[in-house]
Design a protein around this ligand. Structure first.
Ligand SMILES: *Cc1c(COP(=O)(O)O)cnc(C)c1O
Length: 486
């Protein structure tokens, strides 16, 4: 199966690329993304078999149906990365927490955010595909906190791959910052940016588009790629855990008809995975999108308007969802309305900061999606309320409780991060106090939750920082080149 460009002019024939090409070079010449035009179907036999299989085997069965141009052995090695998770047999942990209410914990990987679910196998795949072609890569990422550590972890010591990670110097939690600046492998470079996440993302985009930068890299034998969630190689692995939710409910006998999935959304990669899972045959009714005060997606899914005008980013306690331009929405537009309409809408967004769907288009979205948003105050209330019931949720996951009242069928909350990554916000929510010392605060919270601080997190505080570099936006390119060419 090939992947197609998401934007086209009227009459233009859609160009397509193989999966390996889309994974290695995710930025397409036409300005859009790469996406499938049809999805393989998972029938009753698939689900009947899946209830007896381990997660990695389910993953391989699903991937096989896509018929991509990477061989089965390569995918087998990629999903072997799930053996690095807390339970090597079962990277995701799903459980029931209330009447018709389930939580699908996706944060049991090495860096304690759901980003590991995709980036672990993705890293193995990319390194292998590059080696097979005899190519070397510089992988760039900009992070608001979770993508950075997960990208560094997956590519640490990967042969033929170097990674540069840009993070906003004061924009991440202390644990997230330590995860990055302590990343010691010689092929990794981490730079703090004087600015916010948007500045880091803009710096990344301008480097990805710079011919001059690419020429310098090429002289050093490197091609340029990116590990953000516009890469379809990540989306593929984000379909699987939503299908797994169906398998789990089938196995426990609790799947009567359809079930809903609740997703705390930012760049919309996670929610898009749920949409593809539904189209493939998972019995998903509604995908409920939850946002924070940056509620542009709520407006989009309830009113059909994507409107950036006059909006600026609000800093919240769920920073991974502090986003206005949600990149993966483009793949949904493409799937629902085609490449010509997608180009029209995306051009309007770029030119006027705005687009609006017709009422029939909006109805088409509402068949699959609901949307709501949650303020920081509500989020803190949910954290406290669920902690009292013995369920520790991080501030991103907590927003989901906004969408789980009066349930008449099973609802699965997609839990995206371990609470240890956001200790100050957890402390404030539970005790209404400012956390002075993050290390002792983590232990206090663990005692409160009857939980443990994972060893990999605890040991971060004892390590010496490897990457102390802070850079003005104007110096980033020179700093990267100096590191590459040293
Ligand atoms: C990345 C992230 C999100 C947002 O996921 P998207 O796929 O970008 O919508 C939500 N919560 C956490 C903890 C994250 O790291």
């Amino acid at each position: 199966m090939k992947l197609f460009q998401t934007r086209a002019s009227a009459g233009e024939i859609l160009s397509s690329v193989e999966f390996s090409q889309a994974l290695l070079s995710p930025s397409s010449a036409h300005g859009g993304l790469y996406a499938p035009t049809q999805l393989p179907q998972l029938d009753e036999n698939f689900f009947a078999e899946a209830v007896n299989l381990a997660y990695a085997q389910i993953a391989l069965k699903i991937i096989e149906k896509f018929g991509f141009d990477a061989d089965t052995a390569m995918f087998e090695r990629a999903v072997k990365r799930y053996e690095r998770f807390d339970d090597p047999q079962n990277p995701v942990q799903m459980r029931k927490i209330g009447e018709n209410l389930y939580i699908n914990e996706l944060y049991h990987g090495p860096t304690r955010a759901f980003k590991d679910m995709a980036l672990q196998p993705f890293g193995a795949l990319l390194s292998e595909l590059a080696a097979k072609r005899g190519e070397k890569y510089l992988i760039m990422c900009a992070t608001s906190g979770d993508t950075g550590p997960a990208t560094l972890e997956t590519f640490a010591n990967a042969p033929g791959v170097k990674v540069v990670c840009l993070y906003p110097k004061d924009g991440t939690s202390e644990v997230q910052r330590l995860q990055m600046i302590n990343a010691g492998a010689a092929n990794l470079k981490v730079i703090g940016i004087e600015g916010n996440f948007d500045d880091a993302q803009r710096a990344l985009k301008s480097l990805l588009a710079s011919e001059k930068f690419k020429e310098r890299l090429s002289a050093a034998g490197l091609s340029l790629s990116a590990a953000n969630s516009v890469n379809f190689g990540r989306i593929l692995f984000q379909i699987i855990y939503h299908v797994y939710a169906h398998v789990y409910l089938l196995k426990t006998g609790e799947l009567k008809g359809e079930f809903d999935i609740v997703v705390p959304s930012g760049n919309f990669g996670n929610a898009l995975g749920a949409y593809y899972a539904k189209k493939m045959g998972a019995k998903i009714g509604k995908i409920k999108i939850v946002s924070n005060a940056n509620n542009i997606l709520t407006e989009f899914f309830t009113q059909g308007r994507y409107d950036l005008r006059g909006k600026s980013l609000v800093k919240t306690i769920s920073p991974a969802m502090d986003i206005l331009v949600s990149s993966n929405v483009e793949r949904l537009l493409f799937d629902k309305f085609g490449a010509v309409r997608t180009k029209e809408l995306m051009d309007s967004l770029a030119g006027e900061g705005f687009y609006e769907l017709s009422s029939s288009e909006l109805d088409a979205l509402k068949e699959d999606f609901d949307a709501d948003f949650c303020s920081d105050a509500e989020c803190e209330k949910y954290i406290k309320e669920w902690a009292a019931k013995g369920v520790a949720v991080d501030p991103h996951t907590a927003t989901c409780f906004k969408a789980t009242t009066n349930l008449t069928r099973p609802s699965v909350i997609t839990s995206t991060a371990h609470w240890v990554k956001f200790a100050p916000s957890m402390f404030k929510a539970l005790k209404n106090e400012t956390l002075k010392d993050e290390k002792s605060g983590l232990e206090a919270l663990a005692a409160e939750f009857n939980d443990e601080v994972p060893v990999a997190i605890r040991s971060l505080f004892a390590k010496a920082a490897v990457h102390n570099e802070i850079s003005a936006k104007s110096d980033i390119e020179a700093k990267i080149l100096a590191w590459i060419e040293r």
